[in-house]
Write a new protein. Structure first.
Length: 259
């Protein structure tokens, strides 16, 4: 039995990019701590499959895990997401996990391509935070966690726009943490290094590239989605009630690497 400090019972969490990888792992972790989870992702079929999987894994009330297919880069659909959350009773937790990338040399991006990276990684999270604020500020203690990246803290071969968008997401986290502290909303971020997901699989399938990655990772292995989800869940818990404006690297020591 979790003590109240280590429980999210009675809390409602919205997770974007929830149908696979880190997002799905976050949903699973939050459910494990007793939260009700509202899942959002673009692909309706993948989302429903993920929701059904979690419902089977966590039998309980019918509304313990709900899903809404939506594109967070679309203004109207963002508003629909927040209205849907209000219909369920309002939010205590917002997890901005949806993200995307197109890796290429800086001079090879078309304007529409780099702008799209910013739309999904940064602008959608900023707007969802603003839209969710009235619901989150109703409670004495609410939490936002933004899924950033080590690419926003140092150079990683992900392309400049991705790193730029994640660096801005980290700065947004700090600004909102200070501005919204008086509203009872804590705002934090996590910054993963390589995590074993569908998106990273093609790159990590190259043995030479994998060796390079592992040589730069003191723990000597690729991270798992559950390890990012654990850090996200901790930042949502009452046990983390004095932590805000932080960006926790989930990176196997990558950022601390030295020669």
């Amino acid at each position: 039995m979790h003590s109240p400090r280590w429980s999210l019972s009675g809390q409602r969490a919205l997770v974007t990019g929830a149908s696979a990888g880190i997002g799905l792992a976050i949903c699973r972790e939050l459910l494990g701590f007793g939260a009700q989870v509202l899942m959002v992702a673009r692909d309706p079929d993948a989302l429903e499959q993920a929701r059904a999987e979690l419902e089977e894994e966590f039998p309980g009330p019918e509304d313990a895990v709900l899903a809404l297919p939506a594109d967070v880069t679309d203004d109207e659909q963002r508003a629909d997401i927040i209205d849907w959350a209000a219909d369920q009773g309002g939010l205590h937790i917002l997890i901005n996990n949806a993200g995307g990338n197109l890796t290429r040399p800086t001079l090879d991006y078309g304007e529409d391509q780099w702008r799209e990276i910013f739309e999904i990684n940064l602008f959608s999270a900023f707007e969802l935070c603003r839209l969710a604020h009235p619901q989150l500020s109703r409670h004495a203690a609410s939490a936002i966690v933004n899924v950033g990246s080590v690419s926003g803290l140092t150079h990683v071969r992900t392309g400049a726009p991705y790193g730029m968008s994640k660096a801005a997401l980290h700065q947004m986290t700090k600004n909102l943490a200070v501005e919204w502290a008086e509203d009872g909303i804590r705002v934090n971020a996590v910054a993963p290094w390589y995590i074993r997901t569908r998106r990273t699989r093609p790159k990590l399938a190259d043995p030479d590239y994998l060796d390079e990655v592992l040589l730069r990772t003191p723990l000597g292995r690729i991270g798992e989605p559950e390890e990012v989800a654990a850090a996200v869940a901790f930042l949502c818990l009452p046990a983390a009630s004095y932590i805000t404006g932080e960006c926790i690297a989930v990176d196997g020591g990558f950022l601390r690497y030295g020669f």
